[in-house]
Design a binder for this molecule. Structure first.
Ligand SMILES: Cc1cc2nc3c(=O)[nH]c(=O)nc-3n(C[C@H](O)[C@H](O)[C@H](O)COP(=O)(O)OP(=O)(O)OC[C@H]3O[C@@H](n4cnc5c(N)ncnc54)[C@H](O)[C@@H]3O)c2cc1C
Length: 414
């Protein structure tokens, strides 16, 4: 055999190995892709569920389960009233509820709230998990309307008006290692992602950093512990910022203190993780920039806030300074056509909703995160911009004041 023939055989061997490797990688990606439902996010219909023109369908509460020692976190299992199988959703998505709640004056008020689906998709029921919200410390404000209504008034057999699963915050279909970071009740979408992932991608490396004050606030602890025992590639880190005397370091929790970037840097081997974060505004506002600073690319950081949060991403800060240079925000006028008020825009207001409220212009609002659609308002003239695409798609000619700011002078039908 000549040396040229030998070289050709070696080259052919390498090519064959490469082709086998690429086919394997393609096959892995394809099976992962297939494992997640093909539905598009924000889809309005729920096949199998009768949906009224409003987009809401009727669900019956099948059972309730308390999930924490303090009895302040309760799961509600919901089955469609007509008994049909449910379509799958994307793990991390939420449901929107329309509730008729009693007010302090004895009347009833209609409110809209969103709750994340807290389990992997299954055809027989949806599960949501709700934390009772007290008044802010030292305030005489009434306790949270919806969460307390669920805890105190919603029982087995009750009917609820529910809009189809939606939301852009859901786990990716790839096989990159994944880091889930939950603060408090922010655990709910993570449970859905985790349960789905360990069933459908059992080889995927998954980390869960779960921050609570102490063991009384831990939700579904035994479920998490049994998953960690059963899956060597699932790494559970319970972090307690204020452990009680009974909480034992090393067994009840692995880190004393809040979840911060130094903990992540110390524990995570260097890998191309996807990070998913859900928790209080303060946690997101510190951890997202810290992850960026660490060098995690924007497209690998995904987060959701359950209430208003002003997380400013690196890319937005850069874009904002360009816009600032192009047009002075003092030139922007906001005209509230129904209230007859015309005011110069103040960039210190986080959103048009905050701006309207600060000037005594009433706005109907629900989630304040662009998820429920309650604040949808007609935009008669001008343009607005969104920090990130809202979960609720506003109808053409309208905007969601809770998450947008004016790009030009505008007229809002408020
Ligand atoms: C996408 C998404 C998913 C979510 N998923 C979940 C989930 O899985 N589980 C969960 O538990 N929550 C979740 N939430 C949060 C949930 O939607 C509600 O925001 C939460 O339950 C509080 O609603 P509420 O009606 O009980 O409280 P609200 O009535 O909205 O009150 C909120 C707070 O304001 C205080 N307050 C009321 N009136 C006043 C006043 N006049 N002055 C000062 N303070 C006042 C209340 O005491 C309370 O502390 C999610 C939110 C979003 C956007």
């Amino acid at each position: 055999m000549t040396s040229l023939t030998l070289l050709l055989w070696i080259a052919a061997g390498i090519l064959l190995q490469l082709a086998t490797y690429l086919s394997f990688v393609f096959w892995r990606h394809w099976t992962n892709y297939q494992a997640l439902p093909e539905r598009e996010v924000g889809q309005a219909e729920q096949p199998g569920v009768e949906v009224a023109a409003s987009g809401f369908g009727s669900f019956r509460v099948d059972h309730k389960v308390f999930e924490d020692a303090a009895l302040s976190i309760c799961s509600f299992y919901l089955v469609p009233e007509n008994g049909q199988p449910l379509p799958p959703f994307l793990p991390g998505q939420f449901l929107t509820f329309r509730l008729d709640v009693p007010t302090a004056t004895g009347e009833r008020e209609q409110i809209v709230r969103c709750y994340s689906l807290s389990d992997a998709p299954r055809p027989d029921c949806y599960r949501i998990t709700i934390k009772r919200v007290p008044p802010p410390p030292g305030s005489d404000a009434p306790p949270g309307l919806s969460s307390n209504y669920f805890h105190d008034h919603i029982s087995i057999g009750n009917l609820l008006q529910v809009r189809a699963p939606s939301g852009h915050f859901h786990i990716d279909r790839g096989d990159s290692p994944v880091v889930l970071i939950a603060g408090g009740i922010g655990i709910t979408p993570m449970l859905s992602m985790l349960n789905w992932c360990l069933t459908h991608q059992p080889e995927r490396e998954v980390w869960l950093f779960y921050g609570v004050r102490n063991s009384r606030e831990l939700a579904m602890n035994s479920h998490l512990e049994s998953l960690a025992k059963a899956h060597a590639n699932f790494h559970l880190w319970v972090c307690m910022s204020n452990p009680i005397d009974d909480d034992v370091a090393g067994s009840d929790y692995r880190h004393a203190g809040r979840i911060d970037i130094s903990l992540l840097r110390a524990q995570l081997p260097l890998k191309p993780y996807h990070f998913y974060l859900c928790g209080p505004a303060r946690m997101l506002e510190t951890l997202v920039p810290a992850l960026e600073e660490w060098g995690v690319p924007d497209e690998r950081i995904h987060f959701e806030a359950f209430g208003p949060a002003s997380v400013k991403r690196r890319s937005e800060k850069a874009a904002a300074s360009v816009v600032q240079n192009e047009k002075s925000s003092a030139d922007i006028q906001v005209n509230f056509s129904l209230s007859g008020k015309q005011l110069p825009w103040q960039p210190s207001a986080n959103s048009l909703l905050e701006f309207a409220e600060a000037h005594g212009v009433p706005v109907n609002s629900g989630c304040r995160t662009g998820s429920c659609g309650s604040c949808q308002t007609k935009l008669r003239t001008g343009e607005v911009s969104y920090r990130q695409p809202p979960d609720y798609d506003p109808e053409p000619g309208t905007c969601l004041p809770c998450v947008c700011t004016p790009k030009t002078s505008i007229t809002l039908e408020l």
